[in-house]
Design a protein around this ligand. Structure first.
Ligand SMILES: *Cc1c(COP(=O)(O)O)cnc(C)c1O
Length: 394
């Protein structure tokens, strides 16, 4: 069975993990900081904070952006549920700004309307769908005008570049950017996430929130009298200064992430080759086209999503997927529009409020794209889809 996505692990990745296991420090040792520094340097951000998952990263970022009761977080309807859930975790409300049908990213026009409808917005969370960067200057300008912070959900976009050549994660047009190291993403840490920022105060807040809200670095003490005996700082003393979480990540995971990061550019190169093959193969297909064609060279190519006119082909997506599965080819749908989920419906989300997302959802199919996909396997995928489309048309 060829899956739609999969990690790529080599012997040196395994050795990096084994080294940690032999080192005596299996959590909160040197690998966490080394991984943070390497990611910050790679993307060009001042700070990076590693956490236990991309979801944890979104939760802490929402809190650090000031989302809470009586405020709103706006995100894209075409994303994994975690992008939206961050707003609910923080005690806020969630609203959606529809996608641009050519990029499948948050549309700045739709964001302008959503900001008008929700003047209490504290955070805007654009999602670089499938690794294609959003129009960040436009999104940042709108968020600034509304007094909202921008948190980029770059779970798909480690290795992607903006049109100006800088890397996604540099936070030139955002307060924070989050990444995920779930095995299906660009690099794997088993599970893991990262927040990058250029803001020193946000960085300190994230460090505290990651570990129970306990003071970090040289944070001033609230109760100086408890912290000192005379002029000497009490060696046992720490303060929980706000309610935080245990969202730390281990050295075991970070050693794997660090080893994988060194291969990211090679991973990107292979993903680009595979996408070029798909684009060449499907360029003449009138019933299936790539979902994203604009500025595609800057994408991290996390997913390859086709838009297939199932209706015109007179086949259900379910049937299409089942027939591919019978030939050993796995596919997936990214994503069910978030406002369609029962939890969001129950808090008043309108499933028809994002018509572009609904249109996209009806036609979307993610086909296999991962580093280990061989040319032969890809040819099989192409052949199977082409013959399925051709068979349906007669
Ligand atoms: C994977 C993903 C997340 C969550 O990351 P985890 O590490 O799985 O918690 C958030 N947003 C998007 C768009 C994702 O694809």
């Amino acid at each position: 069975m060829i899956p739609y996505g999969k990690h790529h692990i080599e012997e040196d990745d395994i050795a990096a993990v084994v080294d940690v296991l032999r080192s005596g420090l299996i959590t909160q040792g040197p690998a966490v900081e080394a991984f943070e520094h390497a990611v910050a340097q790679y993307v060009g951000a001042r700070h990076a904070v590693a956490v236990s998952s991309g979801t944890a990263a979104l939760h802490l970022a929402a809190l650090a952006a000031g989302v809470g009761p009586g405020t709103t977080l706006i995100t894209s309807p075409i994303t994994f549920v975690a992008s939206a859930n961050a707003g609910l975790y923080a005690g806020g409300k969630v609203a959606f700004a529809d996608i641009d049908p050519e990029t499948i990213n948050m549309s700045p026009n739709a964001l302008a309307s959503a900001l008008e409808a929700h003047p209490d917005t504290k955070a805007v969370v654009p999602v670089h769908f499938a690794g294609l960067p959003c129009d960040m200057p436009a999104i940042k300008a709108l968020a600034d005008k509304a007094g909202a912070a921008v948190i980029e959900d770059a779970a798909h976009a480690l290795g992607a570049t903006y049109p100006d050549g800088r890397r996604v994660g540099c936070c030139a047009n955002s307060l924070m950017t989050i990444f995920s190291f779930h095995p299906v993403k660009a690099i794997a840490a088993g599970e893991g996430g990262m927040i990058t920022t250029n803001d020193d105060a946000v960085y300190r807040r994230l460090l505290r929130l990651r570990s129970h809200g306990i003071n970090k670095l040289d944070d001033p003490f609230v109760f100086e009298g408890q912290a000192f005996t005379g002029d000497i700082q009490n060696p046992w003393y720490y303060e929980m200064q706000e309610l935080g979480f245990h969202y730390r990540i281990s050295d075991i995971q970070c050693a794997l992430g660090l080893s994988q990061l060194g291969k990211l550019d090679a991973f990107m190169k292979r993903r680009r080759e595979l996408v070029a093959n798909y684009d060449a193969a499907f360029s003449g297909c009138e019933h299936c086209r790539p979902a994203q064609s604009d500025r595609i060279e800057s994408s991290a190519h996390h997913l390859h999503v086709l838009r297939i006119k199932f209706k015109e082909l007179d086949i259900s997506r379910s049937e299409f997927m089942m027939r591919l599965r019978a030939e050993g080819i796995g596919t997936q749908v990214h994503y069910i529009p978030v406002p369609w989920h029962p939890v969001y419906r129950s808090i008043g989300a309108d499933p028809a409020s994002c018509p572009r997302a609904v249109d996209f959802y009806a036609e979307a199919l993610s086909i296999p794209l991962f580093v280990d996909l061989t040319d032969e396997e890809q040819a099989r995928v192409i052949q199977s889809i082409q013959s399925l489309v051709a068979r349906q048309r007669v």
